[in-house]
Design a protein around this ligand. Structure first.
Ligand SMILES: Nc1ncnc2c1ncn2[C@@H]1O[C@H](COP(=O)(O)OP(=O)(O)OP(=O)(O)O)[C@@H](O)[C@H]1O
Length: 358
């Protein structure tokens, strides 16, 4: 046994696609006991683009179309003479039956002069004789058969006598409908002698190329998702790190804003050797300075200093505790020997919000 996979005979021949048992091992020759369907390489007298249906007994017809939806096979006789071709036909061992109504005809050979039967079969006539078909029992009473000779009986649809018409064979719904509804092929069960069928494969199986394209697409999407996720995590980490840095900077700056005692050397450093004088008051000169990159300060170097500075430090302690929105904040001070200075937050553009109590 062998699966008889769908075969396309050619661009013109219909595709063979329904259950067959393999009759022989020719790849184009698939069959069911009783009939087989093949492409014309087997039948050398036919054009190579023809699909052939072999029916019992030795009935070979051309397949012009297979309608899988209606489950119909359209057949034609190569010699346009179905009455001759079908005389030995026996469909009982095949899954087929004629789609059109079948009549029981009798074929008679009569002298030409008496030819007025409804069906005149020209392809069988000749030598002064005509072949006619008579349908059933009714017409036999009025048909002038005196000089006619009965040839044989024929059970076919009336279209069989029209040389230009196709005959339509139907295969029963159970053969493939169930499987095709599931999008699968069907075949007869290999180890069963009855006509049981089983579904297999897919009507439109994925090709290797489709799988590769699918794989690449899924892979790319997966990679994109991974990259985006990694970027997002990296960004989150950076935001967190920046936040932490800002907090640390703030704490550092805050520490710097508490009144801290500086040496005179520090004052010189902060004011960059008293480089930037910003104002002159009654008690001293004011310079611009810098504690850190972001913290700018005003350093007021006092003129006349008296005593050991204990009183000055006490006063600084009191001022340092004043925290008010309208009072300039005292950041630090210097009481280095007789040199004294007050360091306060820098107010840009002479923004005079400060009160120094000395
Ligand atoms: N914190 C500051 N930020 C920026 N500039 C300042 C600051 N403090 C003082 N100055 C500048 O220095 C100038 C003199 O300030 P200062 O405090 O000495 O003035 P004053 O109150 O008139 O003097 P004093 O208090 O000694 O009588 C101001 O006019 C101002 O331009």
């Amino acid at each position: 046994q062998h699966d008889c996979t769908p075969t396309t005979c050619s661009d013109h021949g219909p595709t063979i696609r329904f259950p067959f048992r393999l009759k022989n091992h020719h790849p184009h020759h698939c069959g069911y006991p009783g009939f087989d369907l093949s492409c014309s390489p087997n039948a050398t007298h036919l054009p190579t683009t023809t699909t052939i249906l072999n029916l019992p007994y030795s009935v070979e017809v051309l397949v012009t179309n297979i309608d899988y939806e209606s489950q119909l096979i359209h057949i034609k006789d190569a010699n346009s003479c179905f009455p001759q071709q079908l005389q030995n036909l026996n469909l009982s061992t095949t899954p087929f039956q004629f789609a059109d109504f079948v009549y029981n005809f009798s074929l008679f050979s009569c002298p030409s002069t008496e030819s007025y039967f409804p069906y005149n079969i020209t392809c069988l006539g000749g030598d002064g004789l005509e072949v006619c078909a008579l349908d059933g029992e009714d017409s036999i009473y009025y048909a002038p058969l005196i000089s006619c000779r009965k040839m044989y009986n024929l059970s076919v649809p009336s279209q069989a006598f029209d040389q230009t018409a196709d005959l339509r064979l139907q295969w029963p719904k159970w053969v493939c409908g169930k499987c095709e509804a599931k999008g699968k092929f069907c075949r007869f069960k290999s180890n069963s002698t009855s006509d049981e069928i089983e579904c297999f494969g897919k009507l439109n199986p994925l090709k290797k190329g489709d799988l590769v394209i699918g794989g690449v697409t899924v892979g790319s999407l997966l990679l994109l998702v991974i990259v985006i996720t990694m970027y997002w995590f990296h960004k989150q980490k950076e935001i967190k790190r920046n936040g932490q840095l800002r907090i640390e900077k703030f704490l550092e700056d805050y520490r710097a804003l508490k009144p801290v005692r500086y040496s005179y050397a520090d004052i010189k450093k902060i004011t960059c050797q008293f480089k930037d004088k910003v104002g002159q008051g009654g008690y001293g000169t004011v310079y611009k300075g810098q504690l850190s990159t972001d913290v700018h300060v005003a350093v007021k170097v006092l003129n006349n200093t008296k005593g050991n500075g204990e009183e000055f430090i006490n006063e600084v302690g009191i001022i340092g505790k004043i925290h008010h929105v309208n009072v300039v904040r005292l950041v630090g001070y210097c009481a280095d020997g007789f040199r004294r200075a007050l360091i306060s937050e820098f107010l840009p553009n002479d923004f005079a919000r400060k009160v120094h109590v000395i």
